[in-house]
Ligand binder design. Structure first.
Ligand code: ADP
Ligand code: ZN
Ligand code: ZN
Length: 736
């Protein structure tokens, strides 16, 4: 009897064998239901073989083959196999989590037909020039439907209130609905890789640099990795759009990876406006299970031609994939921090090379890894050194020495005056501080007591609004004490500033100003951020106070001043990437100022106005900054010159954690590979939620050397397996 080898979502690095009964048709990549102990589990067939190594009597037959979707392609299986091997993670726990939840359920999925809307005859006869103005949503939808029929999901992308508008238009008789069976449910996806026409809104004539970047990619064939290094406002998006246009014209699918879920709805609308009749879909963790499955299947069938998504989208099935773009490639959210700890950027590069298509990494502040690869010729460097629109100037960056000015709870008098001037001229200011809450710690003036979290090696943050001390690591909270818990003194005072305190100071100084605080506390509610954005765009806000949430990708045309409060801590962090991250963050937040016709101004409050990082930032000299960082990294023996793997462990009992890591270290040394085995040290946060955390770093001077070592080490680690500890191996770690 033939045998299938199945990947199952359990923490063992093996496949599981099952027999296939006669007459049952099963191929690689299919989902199957199999008995496992007393349970039935969903798995994916990774191999079909004639014979098993196991005792034939012990092999059970598989329960059921799921024919509800097409089998996973051998290309995707190969990619997942690669990831499991490279990140040293069990194959089943790599394959199954890469699929939408519904495909991991033991219930076969039910495929309903799609409801599609189109214009009726009456709708086509409408004279849009006299269409009531206040029905803006209906107008937008009618305009879109005049181009092509759309599913409800597509219409909702145009407006969140499309549901109500469609109902109203059905009543008016302007549109009609019909059922369309969804994409084929079995067999292989339809190959549509043929030249295809599409509408393209060519908004701009490309600048010389943009054109050169587009040509570099479109004029070569096969795999190539390109680093599009363009200053903020240089029009990287326009380059993406032209590349998409080219690939779509050849019938291909394009995958665009972005760092943040928050940005995908805006991006969807934007690309829809540029390619009105190109089917587009998105994949990210903010979608409902149903929507995620539907979108995944549209990508799988080849129906969706543009696929936008966050890191998980790198595992989407894309039969006609012809280009991958990774926007903001330096962003750390491309790295998954649990389960399969993959870097979606790196997986994207592997996928492109496996498939033989180009991959474009875009950023104003590339990761030093990518930058180094481009400098040494592994990737091709494409530069956009000018802002695309002639009128848009780069912001002027200035440093203010906080010891030479009057400070008001962390805000300098100079910055306050600048904000005042902006309020007078009806422009917006942004005050950027990477700390939410009122103050990062509460202190006793009598005995020096600090608000430590009793479960973590960290301080509890003061939140005055709800009178709480709250730990941002474990969530533990208590009411703010009236007197010192240690000495009874009533002189408790906040130390340092967070967003809430900044808000208080600004509101006192500018009682009539409209102030909006944007942080995780104020945007907890899903809709809140959307409505805040609308307020900002309608210029109903004078001063924005924000954390890094605000730094990314948002375009606020009225914003002309950015003030950055105390970013210095990164300059003496133990993380060797801290300076790189700070530079990227400051460029990004500076990029918010003066994007339209108004020049922007950035003020950085610091202890070290002459620090090379700030000088490079003022000169807009990323190349200089990168060169000095790379020189330091080379001297110190850090990535990108070295390749790293980190073994982390955490557990309730300190000795167990250190004993485990100690044994792992001894095993590593015993292998006598050409790798550096560092000492066992506490993690940056040495205790979290009552768990002691420690780590062991391994370094090698080649990726291959590291991989060979890890393969050899795996056996020893499996032997040490500790059920009481949480252990994880992190390859190419970003967090220290
Ligand atoms: P980036 O992503 O590099 O920060 P964007 O793609 O957002 O920059 O472009 C910045 C602005 O320049 C946008 O408003 C865009 O419409 C405009 N733009 C892009 N390319 C051109 C061009 N070739 N000519 C004129 N304006 C352009
Ligand atoms: Zn005290
Ligand atoms: Zn805590």
């Amino acid at each position: 009897m033939p045998i299938v080898r199945v990947a199952l979502d359990i923490p063992l690095s093996t496949l599981f064998d099952y027999t296939v009964e006669e007459g049952v048709e099963v191929v690689m990549g299919q989902r199957v239901l199999v008995p496992f102990g007393k349970r039935q589990l969903v798995g994916v067939v990774m191999e079909c073989v004639a014979k098993s190594d196991m005792d034939a009597a012990r092999i059970k037959p598989l329960t059921q083959v799921m024919y509800d979707t097409a089998p996973l392609s051998s290309e995707l299986l190969r990619l997942l196999n690669f990831c499991s091997d490279y990140y040293r993670f069990p194959i089943g726990q790599t394959v199954l989590p890469a699929l939408p939840t519904k495909l991991r359920s033991t219930e076969p999925i039910v495929i309903k037909s799609l409801v599609v809307c189109r214009l009726s005859e009456a709708g086509r006869a409408l004279d849009m020039s006299v269409f009531p103005r206040r029905k803006a949503v209906q107008r937008k939808l009618l305009e879109q439907l005049a181009i092509k029929s759309c599913t409800m999901m597509e219409l909702k992308r145009i407006s969140a209130t499309a549901g109500a508008a469609v109902k109203a238009m059905l009543v008016e008789g302007w549109i009609e609905q019909y059922d369309e069976p969804t994409t084929r449910s079995t067999g292989h996806p339809v190959q549509t890789n043929v030249a295809a026409r599409h509408t393209f809104d060519n908004a701009h004539t490309l600048t010389g640099e943009q054109q050169a970047a587009v040509d570099a990619v479109t004029r070569s064939s096969g795999y190539g990795c390109y680093l599009l290094h363009g200053i903020t406002g240089s029009g990287k998006t326009e380059v993406y759009v032209h590349l998409m246009h080219h690939m779509l014209g050849q019938g291909g699918q394009v995958l665009l990876l972005v760092p943040e879920i928050n940005l995908t709805p805006q991006l969807e609308q934007y690309f829809l406006s540029r390619f009105p009749d190109v089917p587009l879909t998105s994949l990210h963790s903010g979608l409902s299970e149903k929507a995620r499955l539907e979108n995944w299947r549209q990508a799988q069938s080849g129906a969706a031609r543009l696929v936008l998504g966050t890191r998980l989208a790198v595992f989407a099935e894309l039969p006609n994939l012809s280009l991958i773009i990774v926007d903001e490639e330096h962003d750390s959210s491309f790295k998954q921090q649990d389960g399969l700890r993959y870097s979606a950027r790196d997986v994207a590069i592997f996928r492109a090379s496996q498939r033989g298509v180009p991959v474009v990494l875009g950023s104003a502040t590339p990761s030093l890894e990518s930058y180094h690869n481009a400098k040494t010729g592994r990737y091709r460097m494409l530069k956009l050194s000018q802002r695309a629109s002639a009128t848009a100037q780069l912001p002027v960056v200035r440093c203010i020495n906080i010891h030479q000015t009057t400070m008001h709870a962390g805000i300098s008098e100079n910055l306050l005056r600048e904000i005042e001037a902006r309020i007078a001229s009806k422009e917006q200011s942004l005050v950027f501080i990477n700390r939410r809450g009122y103050a990062p710690v509460l202190m006793c003036g009598g005995c020096g007591w600090l608000s430590d979290c009793k479960h973590c090696a960290s301080k509890m943050v003061l939140h005055l609004k709800d009178q709480r001390l709250r730990c941002h690591h474990c969530g533990y909270q208590v009411r703010v004490p009236q007197t010192c818990p240690d000495c009874g003194n009533a002189d408790l005072h906040p130390v340092g500033s967070g967003t809430q305190r900044v808000e208080e100071v600004l509101q006192e100084r500018f009682p009539d100003a409209r102030i909006l605080r944007v942080d995780r506390d104020s945007t907890r509610n899903k809709r809140a951020w959307q409505s805040m954005r609308e307020q900002i765009h309608a210029n109903e806000v004078d001063i924005l106070i924000g954390t890094q949430m605000l730094a990314k990708g948002h375009d606020f045309p009225e914003l002309t001043l950015v003030g950055v409060l105390n970013p210095d801590s990164a300059l003496y962090s133990s993380d060797f990437r801290a300076a790189e991250k700070l530079y990227a963050q400051l460029v990004q937040v500076s990029g918010r100022a003066g994007r339209a016709e108004k020049p922007g101004s950035v003020i950085i409050q610091t202890d070290f106005p002459d620090h090379p990082l700030y000088l490079a930032l003022q000169a807009h000299d990323f190349d200089g900054f990168a060169a000095s960082q790379l020189a330091e990294r080379q001297m110190a023996g850090f990535p990108p010159y070295m390749f790293q793997a980190m073994l982390r462990a955490e557990g309730k009992i300190e000795s167990e954690v250190y004993e485990y890591l100690g044994k792992a270290r001894a095993a590593a040394l015993a292998l006598q590979h050409e790798v550096e085995v560092m000492g066992v040290v506490p993690s940056a946060l040495a205790r979290r939620a009552n768990h002691v955390r420690a780590q062991l770093l391994i370094q090698a001077n080649s990726r291959r050397g590291l991989q060979q070592f890890l393969r050899a080490w795996q056996g020893a680690l499996d032997g040490l397996l500790q059920t009481k500890l949480r252990c994880a191996l992190d390859i190419d770690p970003l967090e220290f």
